[in-house]
Design a protein around this ligand. Structure first.
Ligand code: GRF
Length: 226
């Protein structure tokens, strides 16, 4: 973030459509103190029956259902943006939000929208990424947290976590093991973004002030592997 509030926590706006396990992992990280200086401002679902919104309600968090079905994307997004602003959201986290964002939404929160995707992007964007990866026969799978831009599953990558695909896996067991990594990755990615220590360099999201430290990078990489 180029503007990290110094006098108050960073306010997250969570958008979800389903069971909400990534949202719950973020909430638990905040509760446990793993994610500091962050609070959940609002949880918004576009599906009234989403399990995640019921859990947010039980937790006493501010919630809002804004049903998207049958509405024009721009109209629905305008309501979501207004709700985010009403709750003074700094950073939007898509957590299983099964809807593309309009350009107006992306422009309303420039480099302030994160998404988690269950593949090592740019491989396997779109739906059923874990099954796509499994069927392709990859040996490494994983997840990606990235900034959202106007292309599907495309913005600058904040971090990735990789796991091997085991010979005994099926798409279901692989998805379950990727999900464990997702829950770790989202917290780490948010921590990175709110730290104010990283910057976008081209497509790369890197620690500020590390330009020209290639030799040092080679040495520390070698040391890590010895
Ligand atoms: C996750 O696999 C996430 O990567 C993808 O949608 C799924 C949402 O799961 N974008 P949950 O609702 O967070 O449990």
């Amino acid at each position: 973030m180029d503007l990290v509030p110094k006098d108050r926590p960073v306010r997250l706006g969570i958008l979800l459509s389903g069971r909400g396990s990534n949202f719950l992992a973020i909430a638990e990280s905040i509760r446990a103190g793993r994610l500091k200086n962050v609070e959940i401002a609002v949880v918004i679902s576009n599906i009234a029956e989403a399990g995640g919104i019921a859990k947010a309600r039980e937790m006493g968090l501010p919630t809002q259902v804004l049903v998207s079905k049958g509405r024009r994307r721009e109209e629905h997004d305008a309501d979501v943006i207004a709700c985010m602003h009403a709750h003074h959201v700094d950073l939007v986290c898509l957590a299983g939000y099964m809807r593309l964002l309009s350009p107006a939404f992306v422009a309303a929160f420039p480099n302030r929208i994160l998404n988690i995707h269950p593949s090592l992007l740019p491989a396997f964007p779109g739906l059923d990424a874990q099954t796509q990866a499994f069927d392709y026969g990859v040996k490494m799978a994983g997840c990606t947290v990235h900034f959202v831009d106007n292309e599907l599953d495309h913005g600058a990558i904040i971090l990735q976590r990789a796991i091997p695909v085991l010979d005994g896996d099926d798409a279901h067991s692989l998805s379950a093991r990727i999900l464990i990594e997702e829950h770790i990755a989202y917290t780490e990615a948010i921590a990175r973004v709110v730290s104010g220590e990283y910057e976008i360099r081209g497509r790369r999201y890197v620690k500020a002030g590390t330009e020209g430290t290639r030799e040092q990078a080679v040495v520390s990489f070698a040391a890590d592997r010895s």
